[in-house]
Design a protein around this ligand. Structure first.
Ligand code: HEC
Length: 108
C-alpha cells in the first residue's frame, strides 16, 4: 500500500503545481513512475536517493543547475546508495522527458 499512498501524494502535489509551474507536473510524475525513479526518490522524503526538494534546495541559485541535472540524468554516473554500495544511476534518452523532469525537480 506504500506505493499507492506515494502515488496519491504525488498526484495531489502535481495537482497543486499545475497553476504556476512551467514544468508539466503530470508528465513528470508519469515519467518518474514509468522509469522507476520513484523506487529511489520522492519529492519530499529521502529514500535510496535524495528527496527532490533537497536536490532543488542544493541547486538553488546555481546558473548551471539545469545543465548539471540534464547531464546527470542522461549519462548514468556512478552514485552511492544509502547503504554505501555504488551503482550506475538510471539514464534517460528522450530529451523532452529529461527537460521536463529537470524543470519539475528544480521547481520543488
Ligand atoms: C536505484 C535507485 C535510484 C533510481 C532508480 C533513481 N535514482 Fe536518482 N539518485 C539515486 C541516488 C543514490 C542519488 C544520489 C547521488 C549522489 O548524491 O551521489 C540520486 C540522485 C539523483 C538526483 C540528484 C543529482 C544531483 O546532482 O544532485 C536527481 C535529480 C535524480 N537522482 C533523479 C532521478 C530520476 C529522474 C530518476 C528516474 C529516471 C532516478 N533519479 C532514478 C538513486 C536512484
Amino acid at each position: 500500500m506504500k506505493t499507492v499512498s506515494l502515488l496519491a501524494a504525488l498526484a495531489m502535489f502535481a495537482f497543486s503545481m499545475t497553476a504556476s509551474a512551467a514544468a508539466d507536473a503530470d508528465a513528470a510524475t508519469k515519467a518518474m513512475k514509468d522509469n522507476g525513479c520513484t523506487k529511489c526518490h520522492s519529492v519530499d522524503k529521502a529514500k535510496k536517493g535524495p528527496a527532490f526538494k533537497k536536490v532543488a534546495a542544493d541547486m538553488k541559485g546555481k546558473a548551471d543547475a539545469e545543465a548539471k541535472l540534464t547531464t546527470f540524468l542522461t549519462t548514468g554516473p556512478m552514485v552511492k546508495m544509502e547503504d554505501g554500495t555504488q551503482e550506475e544511476h538510471k539514464a534517460l534518452k528522450d530529451p523532452a522527458v529529461v527537460k521536463n523532469l529537470v524543470q519539475f525537480i528544480l521547481a520543488q
